[in-house]
Design a protein around this ligand. Structure first.
Ligand code: ATP
Ligand code: MG
Length: 202
């Protein structure tokens, strides 16, 4: 991360199964920025059997949050990559108050700040349906019925309260996450354009 460089800095938030990863790829492509998904990074480390992967495997499989210290260090390292200098879209981070504080300070120390926080809103029934489908397709250990329920509880307790903070900071952009992938992407682009981020979809 280089001080003073222009770029778009976005977060995408929402409960497990809201479609963050799917939308993140499209949004990042449009803005020419990398997607940084802490969940994907943890899963890759687990799959590759790295030291980090060994440390977090049991936690991630159970659907608990990895300790802030580890997660913050991981993000600091990733944001120092050359490709993140011109902006980024963070998926799955920050998700605790400590992570929000940490990220804000990290960005501020480089003269940066967030441009918007995209919240994908989806109802419970749809989310459970999607996660069941994904469990069949991707076989994620944390997509078992029990782990899903637990992840939803953790989200409600730890992460949902952050939305109020983002709203107070004037960053929150709420988007209906129901409908086709294209429909949701269109809504995200339109909502960001209303805030002067990106062009209105042609
Ligand atoms: N910011 C974070 N802080 C702590 N743990 C995290 C963080 N990001 C990811 N993890 C760990 O990785 C797991 C998977 O994260 P990921 O973001 O992929 O899943 P999710 O948001 O629960 O679901 P979805 O993939 O549907 O968005 C989490 O349950 C947690 O164990
Ligand atoms: Mg995801």
């Amino acid at each position: 991360m280089t001080a003073g460089q222009a770029g778009t800095r976005l977060l995408i938030v929402g409960p497990p199964g809201a479609g963050k990863g799917t939308q993140a790829i499209r949004i990042a492509e449009r803005f020419g920025i990398p997607t940084i998904s802490t969940g994907d990074i943890f899963r890759a480390n687990i799959a590759n059997g790295t030291e980090l992967g060994k440390k977090v495997k049991a936690i991630v499989d159970a659907g608990d949050y990895v300790p802030d210290e580890l997660t913050n260090a991981l993000v600091t390292d990733r944001l120092s990559g050359a490709d993140a200098g011109a902006g980024f879209l963070l998926d799955g981070y920050p998700r605790t108050t400590d992570q929000v504080r940490y990220l804000n300070e990290l960005l501020a120390s480089h003269g940066h700040r967030l441009d918007a926080v995209i919240r994908l809103v989806a109802d419970q029934d749809e989310i459970v349906r999607r996660l069941r489908q994904r469990a069949i397709e991707q076989g994620r250990v944390d997509d078992s019925e029990e782990a899903i329920r637990h992840r939803q509880d953790v989200y409600r307790r730890e992460t949902a309260p952050l939305l109020e903070m983002f709203r107070e900071q004037g960053l929150l952009v709420e988007v209906d996450g129901l409908g086709s992938v294209d429909e949701v992407t269109g809504r995200v682009f339109a909502a960001l354009a209303e805030r002067g981020l990106g062009e209105v979809a042609a």
